[in-house]
Design a protein around this ligand. Structure first.
Ligand code: ZN
Ligand code: ZN
Length: 80
């Protein structure tokens, strides 16, 4: 099992899973990134002021996120 934990924005790599969606796929930007302009909506984003695109991602139920990766079989976030 190997998850990709390297941020696409600043190349920072998480030392271990943190229980958020970036455990499952690399984040475009992380808390270490400087403010950036969102490619989708054009709003200025930062780690403390995310644009509406990220709010929508955060609202995705965890079950849906797990379902996205269930067919992959390379990564499991089940605690058991
Ligand atoms: Zn980053
Ligand atoms: Zn956006």
């Amino acid at each position: 099992m190997s998850a990709i934990l390297t941020c696409k924005g600043c190349r920072a790599t998480k030392p271990r899973p943190t229980g958020d969606p970036t455990d499952l796929f690399p984040s475009e930007h992380c808390g270490d990134c400087p403010p950036w302009t969102c490619e989708r909506c054009g709003e200025t984003c930062s780690a403390t002021a995310l644009c509406s695109c990220w709010v929508r991602l955060d609202a995705l139920p965890l079950a849906d996120i797990k379902a996205l990766f269930a067919c992959d079989g390379t990564f499991s976030i089940d605690p058991a």
